[in-house]
Design a protein around this ligand. Structure first.
Ligand SMILES: C[S@@+](CC[C@H](N)C(=O)[O-])C[C@H]1O[C@@H](n2cnc3c(N)ncnc32)[C@H](O)[C@@H]1O
Length: 207
């Protein structure tokens, strides 16, 4: 019998990074206790339902930028599946907890992902998160401290998959204009570009 092909979309895995703090960024472990369902149940799609348990949060000051709640993984699934199905070179803007990096690189994929390049603006986030990922993924992963709106690849590099996730809030007033700006800036080296706020909005409105 043929061995089963590796999955395009791996299972959700909780963040394993240790807690820490750098500058005004903190990586904290939180526990969400059981709580009663709202009367009539939670109207949101299954991926967004409340799931009690232990989670990791990346915060700057009072703003939560990223968590490893299930919906954060679910709303990045198209980029994860695309990267692992097409293979080749992947570009990601926004390191966060590295959840999407993990999902792309941590297990065998249907097509070989040869490299993942992450553009992250904050040196503090890089200090908190990058060493753990670089230890695990070695030369297949490059984490570059730069601004996603101005960074350009060296030479004639192209990327099969480009995923933009630099926002804490998918509905903030700046988001649509910034997505358009990023789409245009990265167009000439991207075969495909995806944007977390668009996938988040689609997933939340799906029934
Ligand atoms: C929501 S988190 C990314 C989550 C990530 N997709 C994951 O799977 O864990 C957003 C990240 O984008 C970074 N960021 C914000 N603005 C940026 C910019 N202009 N260029 C590069 N990174 C930026 C933040 O510092 C933060 O680390």
């Amino acid at each position: 019998m043929q061995p089963a092909a590796p999955p395009a979309l791996p299972d959700y895995v909780a963040c394993q990074l240790p807690a820490g703090a750098r500058g005004d960024w903190t990586l904290v472990k939180v526990r969400l206790p059981e709580r009663a369902e709202p009367p009539g149940g939670d109207p949101r799609p299954e991926a967004f339902r409340f799931r009690p348990g232990s989670y990791t949060e990346l915060r700057r000051g009072g703003i939560t930028f990223m968590t490893d709640l299930y919906d954060e993984w679910w709303t990045q699934r198209h980029a994860i599946a695309r990267a692992r199905t097409v293979g080749g070179r992947v570009l990601i803007t926004g390191l966060g907890l590295g959840m999407v990096v993990e999902a792309i690189l941590a297990s065998p994929a249907p097509a070989e992902v040869t490299s993942v390049t992450v553009i992250e603006q904050s040196p503090d986030v890089i200090e908190l998160v990058a060493p753990h990922l670089l230890d695990r993924f070695g030369e297949r992963l490059a984490i570059v401290q730069a601004d996603a709106f101005t960074w350009e690849p060296a030479g004639s590099a192209r990327f099969e998959t480009v995923w933009h996730d630099i926002w804490p809030d998918p509905d903030a007033a700046c988001v649509d204009a910034e997505m358009a700006q990023l789409r245009e800036h990265h167009a000439s080296w991207s075969d495909w570009q995806g944007f977390w706020p668009l996938d988040y909005r689609d997933a939340l409105s799906a029934r």
